[in-house]
Design a protein. Sequence first.
Length: 188
Amino acid sequence: MTMWASSSGFLAWAIPIAILSSLGLGAHWIAIEMILSIILVYHGVSMLTRGRVFEIDLLSRFLHSKMGHKYREWRDNKRFSEDVYLGLWLAWLSWLIDPSMIAQGVGSMARSGLLGVSLSPLMLIGFGVSAGLVVAILRSIPLLLGKYAAIIGLLSVGVRPRAWGVSIAIMGLWTLMSISMGPLASSF
């Protein structure tokens, strides 16, 4: 279920990008990337100040409430929410590394014809499953350290979200400035 939760966090970010690129908004993609940078800054500031992102909390609570009763008893909403956040952060990091991955991988396929329209949702699901699998693998690595990982995890409970918030806000500002000074400035 870690995989499913983190896939949903990834897809919460990827579905709007896939829809926008499928609509053929390539001519306005710099503006869309600027909006994404502002949203990234918002997510970072929200994590820094409140330790959570309101919209992601709503999504994780909704998804957790749809799970089976035994699962909800076994894994509380807080743990489920952590997996959703990890999927979201993986989406942001993948966007910073390769901004066109979802837009080209899903949107261009959807615009390629009738077969592309029918295959693009499968491609999006494939991206989501891959993201969930990556998060599940990354979450299992600390288990190799045994008790030490648990101790480090307990010591960093309050610091982790806020440190991540600072990092994400800085990356968002950097990306926004990069887009503003690079492609946007050169178009005038």
